[in-house]
Design a protein around this ligand. Structure first.
Ligand code: NAP
Length: 475
């Protein structure tokens, strides 16, 4: 079994205690990874601060060149990287390759955005003054990432942070550290200057505290559960540390009776099953207009039954295992609770096999609004479906959640589409589109789904300070 070091101060550092990495397809340990204590994380932040002084001075175009070079390295190693993602996360190889494609696209997008950290000049209001707005990098960024997209979400933070002129200390999820280590290998091979990226692993609460309390760490960017997001908000109160938070979702899908049924089924299916349902923007609550409800449930169930699930390394597999025993237990408890509340189990509903963390692709219909799965992220290939009568009722049901990361609607009516995009409470809205996320558009949540935006031009701005310079002149 391979032991992985961490990338610190330009060196590969092996240090215990070691954390095991488990293949969720069979429960076997596939690797062990080094960890560091809080003092070593403090050292990493100090080293990153030293590196910041020279990195920030490079022209944006030069920094962008490094991002392109990292993207080239990732493309060169795409097959090995896809295997690594599948081994530690479980998703199908096809989806791991999709994650790599998106990672490369993020790097290339922000490589170009590095040249566009524009300020502006504001017309003066008083004689003898001129006003400039300039954008400056922030400093060291502490980045904490989750297990469901182990490569792309690390890059979604690191690429804009670097493009803006910051340095990054990255803490990946304990289940999926190998992709972050592979990213560090690509960065080193691409010649990224020392300490512009370091990777740490260890006690998450201690690392989080160091990021929040160390004055040299200027911002914490986090993707993960709302529960951990709340802890970070509480910790940041002491130091008034800026936070970007990409938190949990509970996406509604609204299906109206004017849409072509197969288009709605396929759109809802990809929104539900992509990444084995372990996506923050996964369809969690499917609401279907009463007049097409029975047809939709039948067609959707038939498609779910046809999905091939199994070890992500096997060819043709579309749905892999869940990340761990805890994730599996949560999904099963959501099904049990919905059925106890009167839902009809249309297919699946059980754990599959005794190795790994597989759940059968599941559809539950007539789910009552007080069921757990209508309030919490299920994070599994479990589709909860219920009906609505009118557009007003559908909007009310969709918005009846404290979360607001994404929402989907399927309709052929343009007027309705506009009403929906204006009234749905979500940061990303897919109208007739089950895969709405793209490098060049902002991504993030409203309500308890987070603070701030990643991607798009907003993604760069999240890592820049805005300064006003007032110039007194003798003109
Ligand atoms: P998680 O349990 O919240 O973990 C996320 C990260 O936080 C991990 O690196 C974890 O470290 C770390 N962490 C745990 N406790 C911490 C603490 N006290 N202080 C600082 N960091 C701490 O989330 P997950 O299970 O990996 O990912 C699933 C969640 O992420 C879902 O809720 C999903 O919706 C959300 N998500 C949101 C987005 C978005 O863009 N909005 C994208 C993807 C996922 P350890 O692994 O070492 O415990």
């Amino acid at each position: 079994m391979k032991t992985y070091p961490l990338f610190l101060d330009g060196e590969w550092v092996e240090s215990g205690p070691f954390q095991a990495v488990i293949n969720p397809a069979n429960g076997e340990t596939i690797a062990q990874v080094s960890t560091v204590d809080r003092a070593r994380v403090r050292g990493a932040i100090g080293d990153a601060h030293t590196a910041f002084e020279s990195w920030r001075k490079l022209p944006g175009k030069t920094r962008g060149g490094f991002l392109h070079a990292i993207a080239d390295e990732i493309e060169k190693r795409a097959d090995d990287l896809a295997r690594t993602i599948t081994l530690e996360n479980g998703k199908s190889l096809a989806q791991s390759k999709g994650e790599i494609g998106m990672t490369v696209d993020h790097l290339r997008w922000f490589a170009e955005e590095a040249r566009r950290a524009y300020g502006r000049i504001i017309p003066h209001q008083v004689d003898g003054k001129r006003h400039l707005v300039i954008k400056s990098p922030m400093g060291v960024i502490g980045a904490i990432t989750p297990c469901n997209f182990p490569l792309v979400l690390a890059v979604r933070k690191a690429a804009p942070a670097w493009a803006a002129g910051n340095t990054v200390v990255l803490k990946p999820a304990e289940q999926t550290p190998l992709s972050a280590i592979a990213l560090a290998e690509c960065a080193a091979a691409a010649g990224l200057p020392k300490n512009v990226l370091q990777v740490v692993l260890g006690d998450p609460a201690e690392i989080g505290k160091e990021f929040l309390e160390n004055p040299l760490c200027r911002k914490v960017t986090f993707t993960g559960s709302t529960e951990v997001g709340r802890l970070l908000i509480a910790g940041a109160a002491q130091t008034v540390k800026p936070l970007s938070l990409e938190l949990g979702g509970n996406a509604p899908v609204l299906i109206f009776d004017d849409i072509d049924l197969s288009r709605a089924v396929e759109g809802a299916l990809i929104a539900k099953t992509r990444n084995t349902g372990q996506s923050c923007i996964a369809a969690n609550r499917i609401y279907v207009q009463r007049s097409i409800y029975d047809q939709f449930v039948e067609a959707f169930t038939s498609r779910m039954k046809s999905m091939k699930f199994g070890d992500g390394l096997e060819s043709g597999v579309e749905i892999g295992p869940l990340i761990d025993e805890q994730g599996l237990a949560k999904a099963l408890s959501h099904i049990e609770n919905a059925v106890a509340n009167g839902a009809r189990l249309m297919c699946g509903g059980r754990r599959s096999g005794d190795k790994g963390f597989f759940i059968e692709p599941t559809v539950i219909a007539d789910v009552s609004p007080d069921s757990l799965c209508m309030h919490e992220e299920t994070f599994a290939p479990v589709a909860a479906i219920t009906s609505f009568e009118t557009e007003e009722q559908a909007i009310e049901m969709a918005n009846s959640s404290p979360y607001g990361l994404s929402a989907y609607a399927f309709t052929a009516d343009l007027d309705r589409a506009f009403r929906l995009m204006e009234s749905l409470e979500a940061g990303t809205i897919g109208i007739n589109d089950g895969v709405p996320s793209t490098s060049n558009a902002p991504f993030g949540g409203v309500k308890q789904s987070g603070w701030g935006r990643e991607l798009g031009s907003e993604g760069l701005d999240a890592f820049l300070e805005t300064k006003h310079v007032s110039l007194g002149l003798n003109l």
